[in-house]
Write a protein that binds this ligand. Structure first.
Ligand code: PAF
Length: 305
């Protein structure tokens, strides 16, 4: 399979490194990186156990996109729609498009309609920790896993198996999910709690274990459960709470993506995380004051840039 990765951020480069190790062994296959602008010829990768090495970058051109079997889009949620629309005129028929991002509601109705009904559109949810320390260095800070599933279009079982095999020898730990929308909602719960609270309080994820955050976390999850139920996703409070706290524990020393955005004075993904929940809640007449408060606080922080 020829693979193009769109986005040279921490996650895009982590996938590039993981797939590069597989693909370089097979001369007839191509891995390419589509970045906003052509950058360094190599990047340095630090393994989660500390070893560092250099990975050469093959930048994508129109030909790489035309020859792609898979396009993996790893950009921020607010950039996904535009990235996909820019690729649309060059997309080969039946290319598998995989979106990898935080949050939900990233594609406009028009973009979804513009994709051919057959075009396999997938999502990949990841819990891996990856940190970009400079334009040409990433650290794999935490070994996580990925859930992969089909959002729309058709995927033959042969294509599905080929796709899973593609990731099988990497450390990405990719699991196929028939019910990917349930996994998206669970990831949304994690992001709704960990991202804004760590950004507002400027803390590592693990500090959310402190007693002082427990009431807010519980209220956020209760609100989340009501909105999820209005969308046909029935979740149990104790399960969601346990999941959120487990992720906070496993990523205890990580700086969440929203906190990193605030530190780097970049736009955050709040509109696609708590903001997404608030929009659905308003439509369904559900009260979500704690989620609204966090949206306001994050927007206030970003206004100060
Ligand atoms: O956005 C993030 O940082 C991650 O999704 C997560 C799971 C909250 C861990 O930091």
């Amino acid at each position: 399979m020829n693979i193009v990765i769109v986005g040279a951020g921490a996650i895009g480069l982590l996938f590039y490194q993981q797939l590069y190790t597989q693909i370089k062994k097979q001369a007839q296959r191509q891995l390419a990186l589509k970045a906003r602008k052509q950058g360094p010829a190599h990047f340095s990768f630090t393994h989660f156990q500390g070893l560092s090495y250099q990975i050469p970058i093959n930048y994508a051109d129109q030909q790489s996109i035309a020859n792609a079997d898979v396009i993996l889009i790893c950009v921020k949620s607010y950039q996904i729609d535009q990235a996909l629309n820019q690729l649309m005129p060059y997309l080969p028929k039946n290319v598998k498009i995989i979106l990898c991002h935080n949050g939900m509601g990233v594609l406009t109705k028009q973009t979804l309609l513009d994709l051919s009904a057959q075009q396999p559109l997938l999502t990949l949810l990841t819990t891996h920790g990856s940190k970009k320390t400079s334009a040409c260095h990433i650290i794999h800070t935490g070994l996580g896993f990925c859930d992969l599933g089909l959002l729309q279009g058709k995927l033959s079982s042969e294509d599905k198996n080929q796709l899973i095999a593609e990731f099988a020898n990497s450390q990405l730990n990719v699991h196929w999910q028939n019910n990917i929308s349930e996994k998206q909602w669970l990831k949304l719960a994690i992001n709704c709690v960990i991202n804004p609270l760590t950004a507002i309080n400027n803390i590592n994820n693990g500090e959310l274990y402190s007693v002082k955050y427990q009431q807010t976390i519980k209220t956020l999850i209760q609100e989340f459960i009501s909105v999820a139920a209005s969308q046909g996703q029935n979740m149990v409070f104790e399960d969601v709470y346990a999941l959120v706290m487990t992720v906070a524990e496993k990523t205890a020393l990580n700086c969440s993506s929203m906190r990193s955005d605030v530190i780097k004075q970049q736009p955050t993904e709040i509109n696609y995380i708590n903001g997404y929940l608030v929009t659905l809640a308003d439509k369904a007449n559900i009260n979500v004051p704690e989620n609204k408060k966090l949206c306001q606080q994050i927007n206030q922080l970003t206004k100060l840039y």
